[in-house]
Ligand binder design. Structure first.
Ligand code: B12
Length: 229
C-alpha cells in the first residue's frame, strides 16, 4: 500500500474516510481474499455527517433515473478503482454473504452498539456508516484510527431518550424490533418517520452536528421500509 495518508487523500474527494483497521494473524479470522489467502489487514472506509451525500448526488445526476441500488452502485464505482490502485480487495456491506462490518468497527474503533443496533460514535453519534472494507494480504500495523473512538457512549447516557421516542416501541434496551419498526413505517402514523427520519435516532444527544441532510435521511428510511428480500 502506498500509505494510509495517500489512501485518506484518495477517499476525501468522495466524502469518505479511513475509519480504522483490523489486523489478523496469518490465516486466522480475516476475510477470504481471491486466490484463497485470508486478509491480514482490513481497512474500514466510511462516512459521517453529510460529507458523502453531495458527492453521491453529483454522480447520481449523471446516471439513469431508474438505476437500482444507487448508493451501493456509487460506492463500487468510487471504491473499486481505489482498492485496485492500493492492491486491496474490496468488500461491501450490502453484498451477501454479509461481512461482519460492525464487529470489525468494534475492533477497529472501540465503538459499542446503541439500542438501535447502530454503533454509537463519541463524535458522530448515530450519524455515520461504512461503505466498504479493503482487505490486504499484508499486515499494515501502522494505520491510525480516526480520532474519537474508545468511549462507551450509551453507557454514560443517563436519560436514554432513544428508548422512549419510538411510537411503536421498536427500540428497547434489549433489542431493535425490526418487524415493529416496519409495521409502523407501513402505517399512516409512520409517514412522519419516512419523511423526517427515525425519531429514536434523532433524539440521541451525541453528534447532532453530524445529522444527515434531510434528503439523505429520507433515502435511508425508504430503504429501511422495504421488506427484507
Ligand atoms: C441486515 C442489516 C440490517 C437489517 C437488520 C436485520 C436484523 N435484525 O439483523 C435492517 C434492514 C433492519 C437494518 C436496518 C438498519 N441498518 Co443495517 N445492516 C444490515 C447489514 C447489511 C447486515 C447485518 C449482518 O447480518 N451482518 C453480518 C454479521 C456477521 O455482522 P456483525 O458485524 O458480526 O453483526 C452485527 C450486526 O448484525 C448487528 N445487528 C444485529 N441486529 C441488528 C439490527 C440492526 C437494525 C442493526 C443496524 C445491526 C444489528 O449486531 C452484530 C454484532 O455487532 C449491515 C452491513 C454488514 N455487512 O454488517 C448493515 C448495517 C449494520 N446497518 C446499518 C444501518 C446504518 C442501518 C439503519 C440505520 C439504516 C437506515 N435506515 O438508516 C437501520 C437501523 C434501524 C434504525 N433504527 O434506523 C449500518 C450500521 C452503521 C453503524 N454506524 O453501526 C451497517 C453496518 C451498514 C453500513 N453500510 O454501514 N440493517
Amino acid at each position: 500500500m502506498s500509505g494510509p495518508k495517500s489512501l485518506r487523500a484518495a477517499l476525501r474527494p468522495h466524502g469518505l474516510m479511513l475509519r480504522g483497521s483490523v489486523h489478523f494473524p496469518e490465516g486466522e479470522g480475516g476475510p477470504r481474499l481471491p486466490g484463497g489467502r485470508t486478509a491480514r489487514t482490513v481497512v474500514l472506509v466510511g462516512h459521517a455527517g453529510g460529507a458523502m451525500w453531495q458527492a453521491f448526488c453529483d454522480w447520481r445526476a449523471t446516471m439513469p433515473a431508474d438505476l437500482a441500488d444507487p448508493l451501493d452502485t456509487w460506492s463500487k464505482a468510487v471504491i473499486d478503482p481505489i482498492a485496485a490502485a492500493f492492491g486491496a480487495f474490496p468488500y461491501y456491506p450490502s453484498d451477501p454473504p454479509y461481512q461482519p462490518f460492525q464487529r470489525w468497527a468494534i475492533a477497529a474503533e472501540g465503538l459499542a452498539a446503541s439500542p438501535l443496533g447502530i454503533l454509537a460514535h463519541p463524535r458522530y453519534g448515530l450519524w455515520h456508516g461504512y461503505r466498504a472494507a479493503l482487505g490486504f494480504a499484508e499486515d499494515f500495523s501502522d494505520i491510525e484510527t480516526e480520532e474519537g473512538g474508545r468511549v462507551p457512549v450509551c453507557e454514560s447516557c443517563c436519560e436514554k431518550p432513544c428508548l422512549t421516542a419510538c411510537p411503536a416501541d421498536a427500540v428497547t434496551a434489549a433489542r431493535f424490533d425490526v418487524a415493529a419498526c416496519r409495521r409502523l413505517l407501513a402505517s399512516e402514523e409512520g409517514r412522519i418517520c419516512l419523511d423526517e427520519g427515525c425519531r429514536a435516532r434523532a433524539t440521541c444527544p451525541v453528534g447532532r452536528d453530524y445529522t444527515y441532510p434531510a434528503e439523505e435521511i429520507r433515502f435511508h428510511m425508504a430503504a429501511l421500509s422495504l421488506p427484507v428480500g
